[in-house]
Design a protein around this ligand. Structure first.
Ligand SMILES: [Zn+2]
Ligand SMILES: [Zn+2]
Length: 248
């Protein structure tokens, strides 16, 4: 199995280490036909792009697309952050209208950030954990996260929901139902642990829900690296016709 499209890569415009061209060159070397440059939205403090750089990113991709015309398709994308419980993201329409592909995911807890921090430090301190109050808070956070993600999917034309269930708790199946209705793909991420193969298998029970594979490369060398994603894909038993990426 060879996947020849990578819809999720980072560069040094956010917290990757390579240039856009570095990513493109690795993609070419590995025989990819499509690569998306999807740096983090600006609200991911210390990691996201400076929105003032967006024009430069756009121009650079335009230049590279001309340079490598006929060899590879380079998509201008963003991995946006959900920033409130109404599902708003940190990219406005003046930028959205220019991009080819919109990825959205959680990178920090938007609503109950402090609660979550508290729970996490409790978990670290106390391995037996799960006092009733922690559980209640956890469920509350999960519900808020789930609702905000659903609102986001309804509000925007999101192509791919990235690493669902990673970093912050979300009711994956509820999101999957709405994603199916909105034709939004659920990512099989190579870099993060979640969603696991088992979760993807469960999600696949939602008929007509589709999936997209992303390396989530933060180093050029990892562009087109789908080793773990393929393992998850196999575990999930999903048919290749439910995958957005071209597979040869
Ligand atoms: Zn991410
Ligand atoms: Zn990413």
């Amino acid at each position: 199995m060879k996947i020849i499209e990578d819809f999720h890569t980072h560069t040094k415009f956010s917290h990757g280490i390579g240039s856009i061209e570095d990513n493109v060159q690795v993609a070419l070397r590995k025989g990819l036909k499509t690569i998306a440059i999807t740096d983090h939205g600006p609200c991911y403090k210390g990691y996201g792009i400076n929105i003032g750089d967006f024009l430069q990113i756009k121009e650079e991709i335009k230049y590279l697309q001309e340079k490598y015309e006929g060899r590879i398709n380079i998509l201008l994308g963003i991995e946006a952050n959900i920033i409130d419980s109404s599902g708003n993201i940190d990219i406005d329409y003046s930028v959205l209208k220019d991009i080819d592909i919109l990825l959205v995911g959680f990178h920090f807890d938007i609503v109950y950030g402090n609660y979550l921090k508290e729970i996490r430090s409790n978990m670290r301190r106390n391995t037996t954990l799960k006092s009733k109050i922690d559980k209640e808070l956890y469920l509350e956070i999960k519900e808020v996260n789930t609702n905000s993600m659903i609102e986001s999917i309804k509000k925007y034309d999101i192509d791919i929901i990235t690493h669902i269930g990673d970093k912050f708790p979300v009711d994956v199946m509820s999101v999957g139902e709405v994603a199916k209705d909105r034709n939004t793909f659920i990512e099989i991420n190579n870099f993060h642990r979640f969603p696991t193969g088992k979760q993807i298998k469960e999600l696949a029970e939602i008929k007509e829900l589709k999936f997209a594979i992303g390396s989530d490369a933060h180093r050029p060398i990892d562009v087109g690296n789908f080793k773990i994603a393929i393992r998850k894909l196999r575990e999930s038993l999903i048919n290749e016709d439910r995958i957005l990426n071209k597979i040869i």
